[in-house]
Ligand binder design. Structure first.
Ligand code: ADP
Length: 205
């Protein structure tokens, strides 16, 4: 990647505000940032939440770790630098979707608090709502679920730097929503998130 920074770049304001878009869509845009270990349930809950919101006539869209790594972030690996860049880019994309008025559901392990805080900041600096959602599942449970067989490979040494095994996961310090999947079924987790969207006024019905 080139280190060359562009010059003579000037922000061009439009004439439409987020409130104008909210009037069309009848809800505000926001980002629900699902973070947790691999296999904790981020994608499963994200898929069910998207379906529930669309079913209520609300515009929701999912950004998912593996999917984004097929395209936009296909050139990034799992080193600390690449993980940081992965989250930076996805955070910017989430911000754009949320600014466009969409209820954006992002499912990324995003193991570092600093990276998650940075994504929060780029939202809040632009007055866009950001909710950090901790999908809290103990490592042993994630490992017993092992939906993609990745823990098995990591334990066998076939994957290096796997979060929770030989790479850190920093537990969210102050998440907006805490989901213990040991206690909540997928549909109860979806109810909790929909209620939270209503309680915070992002969604009115
Ligand atoms: P992640 O996206 O966090 O890597 P996935 O959603 O791909 O995790 O996998 C989570 C697995 O756990 C799925 O097989 C899902 O069916 C299972 N699961 C069992 N109970 C729950 C629950 N309460 N919430 C979310 N997922 C659950």
């Amino acid at each position: 990647m080139s280190d060359q920074r562009p010059t003579n770049i000037v922000w061009h304001d439009g004439e439409i505000t987020p409130n104008d878009r909210a009037k069309v869509l009848r809800h505000q845009g926001c980002t629900l940032w699902l973070t947790g270990l691999s296999g904790s349930g981020k994608s499963t809950i994200g898929v069910a939440l998207e379906k529930a919101l669309i079913g209520r006539g609300l515009l929701a869209y999912r950004l998912d770790g593996d999917n984004v790594r097929h395209g936009l972030n296909a050139n990034l690996g799992f080193s600390a630098d690449d993980r940081e860049e992965n989250i930076r880019r996805v955070g910017e994309v989430a911000k754009l979707f949320a600014d466009a008025g969409v209820i954006t559901i992002s499912s990324f392990i995003s193991p570092y608090q600093r990276d998650r805080d940075r994504v929060r900041k780029i939202h809040e600096d632009n007055s866009i709502r950001f909710l950090e959602v901790f999908v809290d599942t103990p490592l042993e449970v994630c490992e017993s679920r092992d939906p993609k067989g990745l823990y098995k490979k990591a334990r066998a040494g076939e994957i290096k730097g796997f979060t929770g095994i030989d790479d850190p996961y920093e537990i969210p310090l102050d998440p907006d929503v805490h989901i213990s999947t040991n206690l909540l079924s997928v549909s109860k987790a979806v109810d909790l998130l929909v209620n939270h969207l209503q309680k915070t006024g992002i969604v009115r019905r």
